[in-house]
Write a protein that binds this ligand. Structure first.
Ligand SMILES: Nc1ncnc2c1ncn2[C@@H]1O[C@H](COP(=O)(O)OP(=O)(O)OP(=O)(O)O)[C@@H](O)[C@H]1O
Length: 304
């Protein structure tokens, strides 16, 4: 469990994180979403004790990071995959970490296997590693202490399609084991597939903290896809009832301005058969983009 309470970080007059409160619970994948500069990395760094809050608290398993008796066994993190010392091998890097934290060396082989770095690759110097291999090594390091909490900043960076799918399944299985998994990603289609829950921030403030499905449903445009054997009659009926009707790319009518249930009842009252009646949910990306247009909080801070 991660508890962020009234967390604030100021750099001079600027608030990178501003009174942020949320809880990341075990047993599910929580996605952390916000435009560039929203304060995601700063928040993660404060949770991991790498930055000191100006005020407020960020606790992991009820304690501040600095007070954890065995940090690597409590929380694993991936912040910057390039942070690995290039002159050492992946194996030496992990073995050094394990030795420093009283983690048995056998665990190094286990995590290397888990992330798909074969023994020959693991003995090579990491400065020859591709971005994707660096990410795998970073994830191996995060898993080394078998921690109950995982914090990953952009874990799919540099990975190919197969690697992205691998991360998705890994995150889900870690959550299914009862771990707390907190990850940021700017790839929204990927986050939509991976995360069960969302924390959305803009300019250092909390904008949403909700289950993924609920977030998408409550911000979807309220469109319905409707299809039947008498399309023209159906369209006239929908228009007469005040619906805005357009042709859907996959066939059928896309209806705005009428609730899905009202459409079903309307068709039934007029004896018009329906073959499909589906509320059309937006994608996470569509919801996010619509919000970005509606509120300045979502805008990336480009001019500073
Ligand atoms: N050390 C620092 N000194 C001054 N300002 C900083 C520092 N670190 C971060 N900031 C500022 O705080 C704000 C939040 O930055 P942060 O990196 O946390 O955002 P982010 O959401 O992680 O964005 P990105 O996805 O681009 O990394 C930005 O405006 C950034 O310029």
């Amino acid at each position: 469990m991660i508890d962020v309470h009234e967390l604030t970080k100021r750099y001079g007059a600027k608030s990178a994180v501003d009174g942020l409160s949320f809880t990341v619970r075990p047993g599910r994948v929580t996605g952390f979403l916000g435009p560039n500069g929203a304060g995601k990395s700063t928040t993660m760094r404060m949770i991991l004790g790498l930055d000191a809050p100006t005020s407020g608290s960020a606790l992991v398993g009820g304690r501040a990071y600095a007070e954890l008796a065995a940090p690597l066994r409590t929380v694993g993190s991936l912040l910057d995959a390039k942070g690995v010392h290039g002159g050492r091998s992946a194996y030496a890097h992990l073995a050094g970490m394990a030795a420093g934290s009283g983690i048995p060396r056998s665990r190094v082989d286990e995590v290397l296997r888990e992330v798909g770095l074969d023994p020959a690759t693991a003995r090579r110097r990491t400065n020859g590693f591709s971005l994707g291999m660096g990410q795998r090594l970073g994830i191996a390091a995060a898993l080394l202490g078998d921690p109950a909490v995982l914090i990953l900043d952009e874990p799919v960076n540099g990975l190919d399609t197969e690697g992205i799918r691998w991360i998705r399944e890994l995150m889900k299985s870690l959550a299914a084991e009862g771990r707390t998994v907190f990850l940021s990603s700017h790839l929204m289609s990927e986050l939509e597939l991976t995360a069960d829950h969302l924390v959305v921030i803009g300019r250092g403030r909390l904008l949403a903290d909700a289950p993924m499905r609920e977030f998408i449903e409550s911000h979807s445009g309220g469109q319905t896809l409707v299809r039947g054997p008498e399309p023209e009659r159906l369209r006239e009926l929908l228009r007469a009832a005040g619906g805005r009707v357009s042709l859907d790319a996959r066939g059928g009518w896309l209806v705005d301005g009428l609730a899905t249930a009202a459409i079903g009842e309307l068709a039934s009252r007029h004896g018009v058969a329906l073959h499909e009646l589906t509320p059309r949910l937006s994608s996470l990306e569509e919801v996010y983009t619509a919000m970005a247009g509606a509120t300045g909080e979502y805008r990336a801070e480009v001019a500073r």
